[in-house]
Write a protein that binds this ligand. Sequence first.
Ligand SMILES: C[C@H](O)[C@H](O)[C@H]1CNC2=NC(N)=NC(=O)C2=N1
Length: 95
Amino acid sequence: MSTPIPREDLQTLQDAGWAHDQTRDAVNKSFQFANFVEAFAFMTKTAIWAEKLNHHPEWSNVYKTVDVTLTTHDINGLSHLDVKLAQKMDALAKG
Ligand SMILES: C[C@H](O)[C@H](O)[C@H]1CNC2=NC(N)=NC(=O)C2=N1
């Protein structure tokens, strides 16, 4: 499935470790932290940014791991908001 975001934007995300799910036109990434509290702190910080952007991740947390899927439900595919949130999450994960 083609995605409306520029190819170079998708490549930038892939270079940062995001995998493109072509069936959904989404990107996925698994974040590993030192412990549960660090993982939850990441989710809390991300939640604040998600509200600011009005763009929300699909995610799950098991102990030190946060599995994330980003896609834009309104267009059933990737948008610039997914790129923006992915890059914000990568920055937040670095602490
Ligand atoms: C009405 C609509 O649900 C809202 O504008 C926002 C909320 N957060 C969202 N998050 C994501 N991932 N995709 C959306 O389309 C989206 N829409």
